[in-house]
Write a protein that binds this ligand. Structure first.
Ligand code: SAH
Length: 368
């Protein structure tokens, strides 16, 4: 290892481990993704051509369009307020918003009512968003955290945002649960280890079904901060739509993963150069948002949600007007967005809404 060239971020991580001991996975993930200078998101476009991964809005315009229809329907449910903030968390290349706003344009009053607030930590992606959204000529403000958005009626959307927020991991040992952290292994490479002292009273904070798990079990969790803030914003005259890879019920197991060049990579190699994500525990999100007064809708599988909102009809309409040869592309995009099976995006991705409790039913969640 010693003769291998390491990045500036890896050198910094090793230095911090040298001073303070094992670095909690959450801290490692935070540095890898959002270190001001060397973080993965900070100076690149991971979604563009030659990027590392593809998200639903980048697969097809249909995804953003359906989101747009949902937004106007919910805006109407809220009584069509004349002023409402449309907030997107982690807008990437801005594609979802552009498609959503085009679809929503047909509804009188909606464009006039909104101010856009984009929560984006990456200066590189903010530049792309500015350039791509400029032609819409809508009032648009950028922030680095939801807390900076002024209070008031709001619609919040987030696709593949929560999975980029840091997770903690703990492993069960004979004397209790220990937080996992990044260490320098015996061979000199970064490795996963555990803190020496157990987390006090950790088992009592776990969902009931996970207490008394066998030794070696791994549990992941995220800070509730983001979800509490979303819940606080929407509980009066608001609604949020969260779409992400994740599970509807709590569980054990490790989901931290790295992706580079559209393939899985080792999360401990090339820190800051590869994307890191971990599945979203929708039950934990729901509990946090509910505890602060939001009403939860779903989660439902992305496939079912998109179908209930008419993605099949939208695909058929697009195909009817598509130039020769484009029909197959539309079919392929539709199957990708709605793919079943444990690895299919339509099943692995879930959709959940959190809203003002006065909204009893929301589009796409009716039968759940
Ligand atoms: N929603 C987009 C992009 C998903 S990638 C899409 O579906 O295509 C994750 C996005 O969240 C990027 O825009 C990234 O820069 C942003 N992001 C990641 N962590 C963030 C944080 N802590 N605060 C604000 N934005 C963040």
């Amino acid at each position: 290892m010693a003769d291998q060239k390491i990045s500036a971020l890896e050198a910094e991580i090793r230095r911090l481990i040298g001073i303070a001991g094992p670095m909690p996975i959450a801290e490692y993930m935070r540095l890898c993704l959002t270190h001001p200078e060397h973080g993965y998101y900070m100076n690149r476009d991971p979604l563009g051509s030659g990027g590392d991964f593809v998200t639903a809005p980048e697969i097809s315009q249909m995804f953003g369009e359906i989101i747009g229809l949902w937004l106007v329907a919910v805006w109407k449910e809220l009584g069509a307020p004349e002023n409402i903030r449309l907030v997107e968390l982690g807008p990437g290349r801005g594609t979802m918003l552009i498609d959503a706003l085009r679809a929503a344009k047909t509804v009188p009053g909606f464009h006039d009512a909104i101010v856009l607030h984009l929560i984006e930590i990456s200066p590189a992606l903010q530049k792309i968003q500015e350039r791509r959204l400029e032609p819409l000529r809508l009032p648009t403000l950028w922030h680095t955290a939801l807390e900076q958005v002024p209070a008031g009626p709001c619609l919040i959307v987030a696709n593949e945002f929560i999975d980029a927020l840091p997770i903690h991991q703990a492993v069960k040992q004979s004397d209790g649960w220990h937080e996992r952290g990044v260490i320098v292994g015996a061979d000199g490479a970064l490795a996963i280890g555990a803190m020496r002292e157990p987390l006090p009273h950790f088992e009592a904070t776990l969902p009931r079904g996970l207490r008394q798990s066998p030794a070696g079990s791994i549990y992941e969790w995220r800070s509730d901060t983001a979800m509490l803030e979303i819940g606080r914003r929407v509980r009066e005259n608001g609604a949020a739509l969260i779409i992400d890879y994740g599970h509807a019920w709590y569980g054990l197991g490790e989901t931290l993963q790295a992706v580079s060049g559209h393939s899985f990579a080792d999360p401990l190699r090339a820190p800051g150069e590869v994307d890191l994500t971990a599945h979203v525990d929708f039950q934990a999100l729901a509990q946090a948002a509910e505890s602060i007064g939001g009403r939860i809708h779903g989660p439902v599988a992305q496939r079912d949600w998109l179908r209930r909102l008419g993605i099949d009809q939208r695909a058929a309409a697009l195909k009817a007007h598509a130039p020769y040869g484009k029909g197959t592309e539309i079919d392929q995009a539709l199957s990708r967005l709605t793919a079943s099976g444990p690895r299919g995006m339509g099943e692995l991705c879930k959709v959940m809404a959190i809203a003002d409790p006065k909204l009893r039913a929301l589009p796409g969640f009716e039968t759940s």
